[in-house]
Design a protein around this ligand. Structure first.
Ligand SMILES: [Zn+2]
Length: 508
């Protein structure tokens, strides 16, 4: 009886092992093919350097896509893609469980208790913010202060015309509101209600809750009008200080701004003085990334970055640490707009391990879904947003291997229709659990009416993020920053101390 049953089982056992073996070999084959794709990305990186650093001869889109194609024998089948996705899910689950085990505080009870969550997010130690635009920082208070102090003449027609000409957008009722404001008079001539409705144009309307990028963009027509004149520096100093004081009260110790500046000694000097003043007044270490406007040509952006690199080689700066590409991503793909600058700088940086400028880029917020792939191939160590990476399996694997830094802005993504966190969890957490170096930031505190504590609230209330993962994102915001090694070390140690004290005091 015993022997007979045993004999009957043998074919089943053999079948089971045969199944295991075939499953293994399919997974192996999928991994081998994946490696062929990733190798292609590395080769493309070399080509990008060759064409933009050594030859000054940018690559056309068709040639680029043809180069990135792998051999037919390395194309992934649907089943193999499925196996890679399953493998990612496994990693996500394993890292989630590890984070739960590692968490000194259980944040589950806070997820549906807003007052308690807000208090927790206000108190949890923060590191830095790596994705912040000075022109998006203006608070209501500071807009009112600047308008009152400088008392400009307001011509509502100017805004309507400029916004139209630039392809930006206001809602019809907003155009009506503008038209009904007094023309060509000083701000102080407006009554209280008129002042209030004019100031509202510096912020996104609360309704609808999400907007097209063109509506967001219209705000900069107002900000530029308010800021850019002979008093620009004094006005911006007010804006920076107003923001940094609030940021310090929330426990931030480091902020990296992205903004456009002319490549001059005067800029270097101004940013150095500002960084000293801001540190003295708020205790926050401040650095800047040189912004390139996405709607300018690739050649113009390339020229700007080469000039910046040269001037910083001759006149080193602690304060200017990297480059970024920003403004509307839709219609302005990374390959066409960024390769001159990034391909050049990546080549230069590889040749010169000690170099003045690191690289980040707005990519994967909207527009061409290949932008994050191309940004990584161009050598960035971080991207801003990166949300669209969730739809690109191969690039997500590449990002995982590189431990790509991702500057995430949950509220911004919600308000600009990039991701609806009420419908599905924001992908920042999947990225983090896959091993990407995610950190939280705000993009534009003023325009989106947010701050780092509100981003923490958004993260905890809309996902199952753990305390250990919130901590990890704080540490990432320092470790993936472009500050020099010494500064990162000091800030990391300070953060570690703050977490120890926070955990000791939490709940008491
Ligand atoms: Zn941004």
């Amino acid at each position: 009886m015993w022997n007979k049953n045993k004999c009957r089982l043998w074919p089943l056992i053999i079948l089971f092992f045969a199944f295991l073996l075939s499953a293994c070999s399919e997974q192996d084959l999928a991994n081998i093919k994946l490696l062929a794709h990733l190798k292609k990305y590395d080769q493309a990186s070399e080509l990008m350097i060759e064409r933009n650093y050594r030859q000054n001869n940018p690559i056309g889109r068709d040639q680029w896509e043809a180069f990135l194609k792998v051999d037919d024998s390395d194309q992934l089948t649907a089943i193999e893609r499925g196996l890679l996705v399953e493998n990612q899910k496994l990693i996500i689950e394993q890292n989630k469980q590890a984070a739960i085990r590692k968490s000194a505080i259980n944040v589950d009870p806070l997820r549906h208790n807003l007052p308690a969550l807000e208090q927790f997010c206000q108190q949890i130690p923060k590191g830095g913010m790596l994705h912040v635009h000075p022109y998006g920082l203006l608070s209501k208070n500071i807009v009112r202060q600047i308008l009152t102090k400088y008392n400009p003449i307001i011509d509502p027609e100017y805004f309507i015309t400029t916004i139209n000409n630039l392809g930006q957008k206001l809602y019809d009722h907003e155009v009506e509101t503008l038209k009904n404001l007094p023309h060509s008079v000083k701000f102080s001539s407006y009554n209280q209600e008129q002042q209030e409705s004019f100031i509202n144009f510096f912020f996104l309307p609360k309704q609808p809750p999400s907007h097209d990028f063109t509506r967001f963009d219209a705000i900069f027509t107002f900000v530029i009008w308010l800021i850019e004149d002979e008093n620009q520096s004094a006005k911006m100093q007010m804006v920076y200080l107003d923001f940094l004081k609030t940021a310090a009260a929330q426990g931030l110790s480091y902020v990296e701004f992205t903004n456009g500046f002319p490549p001059t000694l005067a800029t270097i000097e101004k940013l150095k003085n500002w960084a000293q003043l801001f540190f003295k007044e708020t205790g926050i270490v401040v650095r800047w990334n040189i912004g390139q406007l996405r709607f300018l040509s690739g050649e113009q952006n390339g020229q700007l970055i080469k000039q910046w690199n040269e001037i910083l080689l001759a006149h080193p700066s602690h304060e200017i640490v990297g480059i970024d590409l920003y403004a509307i991503e839709r219609g302005n793909p990374a390959l066409e707009k960024a390769q001159n600058a990034y391909g050049y700088l990546n080549g230069f940086n590889q040749q010169n391990p000690i170099h003045p400028l690191e690289m980040t880029m707005h990519a994967g917020e909207m527009g061409d879904p290949r932008n994050v792939r191309d940004a990584m191939i161009m050598g960035v160590s971080r991207v801003g947003h990166g949300v669209l990476l969730k739809n690109d399996l191969i690039s997500l694997e590449y990002a995982r291997n590189k431990k790509l830094g991702v500057e995430m802005n949950i509220t911004s993504n919600y308000q600009l229709n990039v991701h609806n966190m009420n419908v599905s969890p924001h992908p920042f957490l999947e990225f983090l659990r896959l091993g990407l170096s995610v950190s939280l930031s705000t993009d534009n505190n003023g325009i989106f009416d947010t701050n780092i504590s509100k981003e923490c609230v958004a993260a905890v209330s809309s996902t199952d993020v753990t305390y250990a993962e919130l901590q990890a994102m704080s540490y990432n915001s320092i470790s993936t920053s472009f500050a020099d090694e010494k500064t990162r070390e000091v800030l990391t140690n300070r953060l570690r101390q703050k977490f120890t004290l926070f955990e000791l005091g939490y709940g008491h």
